[in-house]
Design a protein around this ligand. Structure first.
Ligand code: HEC
Length: 135
């Protein structure tokens, strides 16, 4: 998925110049990936995050899962990434879908077998968006 330069400029305007001066921990947080992360979070068909979570920056959010407001203060970026990739690591009975793993999944349509819902890049982009909410 490519990001239009206009989108990058808008993201820069929204997030302010502080986006460049991030703390060293976690993946590289560039403006484009924050913007892609926002697009992924918003996509009800591909991820459905906002169907279950209140996410700052989105008008509507679901309440099946905890609000993701202030999530960056609750732990480091790599743990956040793990939780999104496979929430079963912390709670084997979670209702949260598995986004970054294909192990142990059942009833996957043949066309999707062997492919995680989100790519490594997609996970990084979502983490970038959520970590940027810290400021
Ligand atoms: C079907 C509902 C559902 C969907 C869709 C969903 N989640 Fe969750 N999520 C949950 C629930 C419920 C929890 C609570 C923890 C548990 O079940 O173990 C959770 C926990 C989390 C946590 C940990 C929160 C904390 O306070 O520690 C994060 C981060 C998270 N989800 C992010 C996401 C992201 C990003 C997406 C989309 C890629 C997503 N979730 C999609 C239901 C959902």
């Amino acid at each position: 998925m490519s990001v239009a330069p206009l989108g990058a400029l808008l993201a820069l305007a929204c997030w302010g110049a502080g986006a460049a001066a991030q703390q060293p921990a976690g993946p590289a947080l560039d403006v484009a990936s924050i913007e892609r992360g926002r697009a992924l979070l918003a996509n009800r068909h591909e991820t459905g995050c906002v169907l279950c979570h209140v996410v700052p920056g989105f008008a509507a959010g679901g309440e099946l899962g905890p609000s993701l407001a202030g999530i960056a203060q609750r732990g480091p970026a790599d743990q956040l990434r793990q939780r999104i990739a496979d929430a079963r690591l912390l709670n084997p009975h979670t209702i949260m879908p598995v986004y970054g793993n294909v192990k142990g999944l059942q009833s996957v349509a043949p066309a999707y077998q062997g492919q995680p819902v989100l790519s490594a890049q997609g996970l990084d982009d979502i983490v970038a968006y959520l970590m940027a909410l810290a400021r």
